[in-house]
Design a protein around this ligand. Structure first.
Ligand code: GDP
Ligand code: MG
Length: 163
């Protein structure tokens, strides 16, 4: 059976940046003008000899007032249906938001491995600020920087254990 990793989380936490880091560049289709991902995207990745599909979720349209019902629920439903492992991404710069909490409330119902991925931990000082995300009650918080790659290896080591 295919191994599928879904990246979910509120807009702007860095889902597409991680996706682009994990998969072959040509698979990602970004809208450069608005900086948002238009559709769900699939890509293929490999880590220590294990192959898997990565799904980038999103497509949030700026100005939409129906973020939760529209986009988030769709993303989480998708993750429920397809994913082997869910990466629930949050942003250490912004800290824990209400939207993160709403995501967490749905994600915690999923009977699949969920990794809390605290992105934008570009420095060790930043990484130390990730402690508040333990309050989500979803277990270990993995600090990474999708921008510079730090922490992504340790995260993937744990993710591929589920394959
Ligand atoms: P998405 O909406 O969750 O897909 O988020 P994007 O991947 O589009 O990233 C949103 C913004 O965060 C962009 O300006 C990225 O350059 C920035 N970003 C993503 N990852 C990182 C990171 O690890 N560190 C920093 N400092 N910025 C990041
Ligand atoms: Mg995106």
């Amino acid at each position: 059976m295919a191994n599928i990793v879904a990246i979910v989380g509120r807009p702007n936490v860095g889902k597409s940046t991680l996706f682009n880091r994990l998969v072959e560049k040509r698979v990602a289709i970004m809208d450069n003008q608005s900086g948002v991902t238009r559709d769900r995207h699939y890509g293929y990745a490999e880590w220590i000899g294990k192959h898997f599909t990565v799904i980038d979720t999103g497509g949030y349209v700026e100005g939409s007032d129906d973020v939760f019902e529209g986009e988030i629920r769709k993303q989480v439903k998708m993750a429920l249906g397809e994913a082997t492992v869910i990466l629930f991404m949050v942003d250490v710069y912004e800290g824990l938001t209400g939207l993160d909490q709403e995501f967490a409330n749905v994600v915690r119902e999923v009977n699949k491995p969920v990794f809390v991925v605290c992105n934008k931990a570009d420095t060790s000082e930043r990484a130390m600020m990730a402690g508040e995300f333990y309050a989500l009650g979803l277990g270990e918080v993995y600090t990474i920087s999708s921008a510079n790659g730090s922490g992504t290896g340790d995260l993937l080591d744990e993710v591929v254990r589920h394959f």
